[in-house]
Design a protein around this ligand. Sequence first.
Ligand code: 13P
Length: 248
Amino acid sequence: MSSKLVIGNWKMNGRHAANLALLGQMLENADINRDGVGLAAPAVYLAQLASVLQGSAMAVAAQDVSRFATDGAFTGENSAQMLADVGCRYVLIGHSERRQYFGEQNDALSAKLQAVAAAGMVPVLCVGETLAEREAGQELAVISQQLEALAAIKGQEYVVAYEPVWAIGTGKVATIEQIDAVHQQIRALVLQCYGASDSIRVLYGGSVKADNADAILSLASVGGALVGGASLEVNGFGKICQAAKKLI
Ligand code: 13P
């Protein structure tokens, strides 16, 4: 497997001036300012990120995309071609917050995956079970159903992010054993169903912080991290990126 990928997901945070200050600090940090690190910002700030990060090795990522691939009367939407046009390399698809608050399901997510791949970017399909689903022993069934969206881009490049919903923003991290078990199962499912090469990359997300990044990222089944809260601050994010860099 190639080196680990770290994507910081700012979620609905940021302002023009604060972004500029934070990006300036990140650019000065050699653990962050390198290939294999990306930042997912709100759509209105993507052009700002692309401009500030231009010439650096860091990648720009979008947090969502329209399921409509071609320009037209879709008020409020941002197409995959637009995201590619402003310089995005990755696009998060089906984050649990999109599933929870916007009711996103596989039909829309398949269309988004297709649109992103067709625009030449790499989709990051986010999957993960809720606490109730895990307590009912259904996590694999849920994840397997969520992975079915990948059939839309069979044979094309993509990344999967496993984010147990109960570990997002809660400070509750899945144990190393839980992470390894689910990651191995995701890799097996993807290989078996969607014909991916074994370079398939599965990121872990959910309360990844400076103090747990080493243990999580050193698992062979973990291809990187999708980092929420800790990506809004340079020191913690730098330590996570450093943990990933050690494994290059
Ligand atoms: P936290 O790292 O804040 O738990 O968020 C994880 C996440 O949802 C990243 O997409």
